[in-house]
Design a protein around this ligand. Structure first.
Ligand SMILES: [Zn+2]
Length: 502
């Protein structure tokens, strides 16, 4: 090869490289963020594998992430950086074909990043963890003694608002109310309550009017250690009479079929069995063992789903009509997570005019959310996972903590917040030393009183005694009598008791 053709070859190779690199772009399709007790995790979902460079800058503190070959950044307007040191995320194109993402920080962090390859249902991902340098107190709770809480993780509750975007879900009898709006409102109300409950961390899988692809959901769950998964829906039926709540867990039969299919199709086992600890490399075991392990994991999660669902039904019973008072076995794609207890909650029938109207009102949505959160808290308080704040609370005889504070969001009014948390405007103002009704976004309000929710009233069922009810709500028998002006312990089936706040 003479030097001329050598030059030409180099030229061709270079231009091919340019063409190639501009052809294979690794666009950021989505950015997701989670706040853990000691770090903030950002996941960049990429359309292809790529290289990145990460560095810190001081004064002011920033983290810079250069993502090569990327030309666009997904929608980041909905990212919730609450409680994290991240103030904002911005991005700008780099000269040599890439994107520079800048995270503005309120405090110095210890960053660490790694990439994950596309794997089965999973896309290529860039994971950035920003570790806090100082462990901050997680809660400043009235009801929780001052203790070191940094080792006690929050329970993560994934909340899926059914449908969204081009998929409206069920429509009301008059087509005016769409399931996707009702589910999002209830999901957000659940999120808000969990956000202000020490020991819990909600994770919204949809927080806007868009669709989250079903196949992306288990992925979201696994990466952020989700403890339970709640999918919120509303039903419809032909005719207008059907009404009430139905809760579904995955049926064992469906699970068996699904597991056999997954093993047969060699779906990624490490992902499927992410919850199983130990030295066994799941990818290396034979099909029989893989299926056995998967069955065990699935059997546990179905059992737990049913227990969780029963707790939620028990607490929903006082605010909603139950169409089925036992957890139903369902066959839904989104419940097929092998190691996360998962429920699909049909909150009522939009085909029923009365129920549709109720489902569209803020107060009923709040009541449903409160009852669902109560059920979740009861479930975890009974058998809290080791290492969680809730486990620690239980060991130390602390009752499930009620929401203690609330960060004001855009569009909130003080009276609406008072209503949502079952307190009066005057009480809310008094406990925050407010002289007017003016509040600002981000302001953290102390919430007076105890858990306010479904537990605020109890309808007597056959066989119940007053002392059992006092025990169940952890109030004294005398305060229960006083609150209901009872002279003795005589109660009647169907009678509604007011439960005094804790
Ligand atoms: Zn639905």
């Amino acid at each position: 090869m003479n030097s001329r053709s050598k030059q030409l070859t180099i030229l061709i190779t270079l231009s091919l490289a340019v063409i190639f690199s501009s052809f294979v772009t690794a666009d950021v399709e989505a950015v997701r963020v989670w706040r853990a007790p000691d770090h903030t995790r950002l996941v960049f979902d990429l359309s292809a594998a790529t290289e990145y460079d990460l560095f810190s800058l001081a004064d002011p503190e920033r983290i810079v992430i250069d993502i090569e070959n990327a030309s666009s950044l997904g929608d980041v307007t909905d990212l919730d950086f609450a409680d994290s040191p991240v103030l904002s995320l911005r991005a700008a194109p780099l000269d040599d074909n890439g994107i520079r993402v800048v995270l503005d920080l309120s405090a110095k962090v210890n960053p660490s990043a790694f990439t994950l390859g596309a794997n089965g249902e999973y896309r290529d991902r860039l994971v950035v963890d920003l570790y806090d340098l100082e462990t901050r107190p997680l809660v400043t709770a009235r009801t929780t003694p001052a203790v070191q809480l940094e080792d006690k993780r929050d329970l993560v509750v994934a909340i899926v608002a059914g449908h969204g975007g081009e998929d409206p879900g069920a429509l009301s009898y008059d087509r005016k109310i769409m399931e996707k709006d009702v589910t999002l409102a209830i999901a957000r109300a659940i999120r808000d309550r969990l956000n202000s409950t020490p020991g819990y961390k909600p994770m919204m899988i949809r927080d806007g009017d868009y669709t989250v692809k079903l196949q992306d959901r288990p992925n979201i769950g696994r990466e952020s250690r989700v403890d339970i998964y709640l999918s919120i829906h509303a039903d419809s039926a032909s005719g207008r009479s059907a009404q009430g709540v139905t809760i579904y867990a995955l049926s064992g039969e469906t699970a068996d079929r699904e597991n056999a299919r997954r093993i047969a199709q060699k779906e990624n086992r490490a992902d499927l069995l992410g919850g199983i600890e130990g030295d066994t490399n799941i990818a290396d075991v034979d099909d029989d063992l893989a299926l056995t392990l998967l069955d065990l994991s699935m059997a546990w999660s179905i059992e737990q789903s049913v227990i969780l669902g029963s707790k939620i039904l028990a607490s929903l019973d006082s605010v909603a009509k139950l169409r089925r008072d036992k957890v139903q076995a369902g066959n839904f794609w989104e419940l097929r997570s092998p190691d996360i207890p998962s429920l699909l909650i049909e909150t009522g029938y939009l085909s029923n005019p009365d129920e549709a109207q109720k489902l569209a009102t803020r107060s009923y949505q709040e009541q449903l959310a409160a009852a669902i959160v109560d059920g979740v808290m009861n479930y975890f308080h009974d058998a809290p996972p080791v290492g969680t704040l809730v486990a620690w609370q239980k060991e130390n005889g602390i009752k499930p903590a009620a929401p203690t504070s609330y960060a004001v969001k855009r569009g909130d009014s003080l009276s609406e917040i008072a209503q949502r948390f079952g307190t009066s405007l005057a009480e809310l103002k008094a406990s925050n030393q407010l002289t007017s009704n003016t509040i600002h976004v981000g302001q953290v309000l102390a919430l007076p009183g105890g858990p306010v929710s479904a537990a605020a009233a109890h309808t007597i069922r056959r066989g119940e005694t007053l002392s059992e009810i006092a025990q169940r709500y952890q109030v004294s028998l005398s305060s229960l009598r006083t609150a209901n002006k009872l002279s003795g312990d005589r109660i009647m089936v169907g009678q509604v008791l007011q439960i005094p706040s804790l």
